[in-house]
Design a protein around this ligand. Sequence first.
Ligand SMILES: NC(=O)c1ccc[n+]([C@@H]2O[C@H](COP(=O)([O-])OP(=O)(O)OC[C@H]3O[C@@H](n4cnc5c(N)ncnc54)[C@H](OP(=O)(O)O)[C@@H]3O)[C@@H](O)[C@H]2O)c1
Length: 417
Amino acid sequence: MAKAEVRSVTQLDVEPGELPKTMTAWVIREERQGEPIDAFQIEEIEVPEPGPFEVIVRVMAAGVNFNNVWAARGVPVSVFRYHPQEDHHIGGSDGSGVVWKTGPGVTMWQPGDEVVIHCNQASYEDYETHGLDPLAGSSQKIWGYETSWGSFAQFTKVQAQQLLPKPKNLSWEEAASYGLTYFTAYRMLIDRCKIQAGHKVLIWGAAGGLGVFATQLCRLAGADACGVVSSDEKGALVTQLGGKGYINRNEFEGMMRKGGESPDEEKARFKEMRRFGGAVREILGDDPDIVFEHVGQATFPTSVFVVKRFGKVVICGATSGYNLDFDVRYLWMRQKQIIGSHFANAYQANEANKLMADGKIRPVLWRVMPFEGVAEAHQLMRENKHHGKIAILVGAEGEGLGKTEEGPGAIRAEVGS
Ligand SMILES: NC(=O)c1ccc[n+]([C@@H]2O[C@H](COP(=O)([O-])OP(=O)(O)OC[C@H]3O[C@@H](n4cnc5c(N)ncnc54)[C@H](OP(=O)(O)O)[C@@H]3O)[C@@H](O)[C@H]2O)c1
């Protein structure tokens, strides 16, 4: 493997349509999985050719997500299990850029087109792709996590169906920052929960990557959102995004499920869950119709307990642990539903992207970092020191470039920066 220094990743000596032999990329290798700050290293890697229905995109900016914190650490599974054909993992499941070379069969996109990339991949040959949902097929993978050739490199390899028009009102880094979490939140609320005006929604981690979009989608749909956060600074961001109110979870430490509690500790936890339910009702005026879950073990019993009779707990992740337990009597007696959700299909991603182009939903950027910052950005995320999203400049020479139309742009999450 060729270890490389960061050379100027903004400079290229090829025109659209031609590929250089090698590129600079942040790479995770199986033997160095561990803390993100050490697991990610810069290497010089060959540039792949596009296969049928594939496109090589020059990355202008990339977005940072929690999935490559998991990839760096090699937990709960090593990503090399997902793509044994490559011994490198180039992560990065969000990006904006320029179409550079198209493979056979691609007709919708030409070299020079400016795009945002959504991260769902599925085989064209899966039956589910054509009649059910590409996320239902056995070939489904998240690009830049379950595949290599993600966006933390000068070039990335994607399926043509992953490309969306870049909103003209956003800069490269703004356009790279939202896809994975925003499109996931869109499917969870709009498709899986059929959110309606007047619904009341409880959102865990409302100032995090998913939460900032869930909060904005509630506002746009006419639903009331109560965000849960771990500081008043984050709470202020939730209110700015249109949340009706927020709860600081540090005031309810005792409600978090740790596992292995004694009967007395269980009883005390239940008492705290009831107190938390009261605080939610105080903000929303009623129990929530929908609970937006991704924290998992620590919060799931509370989610099932506080959601309204016949309400929905929708879950897409498990940051605090994936073995969940809860008192099932509250589920069946009150006829609640638990709904699993995973990313979004191309149609949903495109519909959600139009709301960005219209300025109705806005990216929430906490930091923009240079290409050198990829490992540090993931370490900040691992330590929960971030607010909203982090974007990385790759081909873009500075912030604010790539915007060709007026528009409100990103909300800057100043808190904690
Ligand atoms: N399946 C999918 O398609 C999909 C898509 C996106 C994300 N995910 C998963 O969803 C999870 C969240 O992603 P994200 O991008 O929103 O991450 P994020 O930016 O880190 O935000 C998550 C928020 O959850 C809160 N949180 C973390 N640990 C917690 C705990 N023990 N108890 C209560 N709250 C806690 C934190 O907010 P406070 O500290 O302010 O409470 C944090 O800001 C990750 O596990 C990710 O892998 C899955």
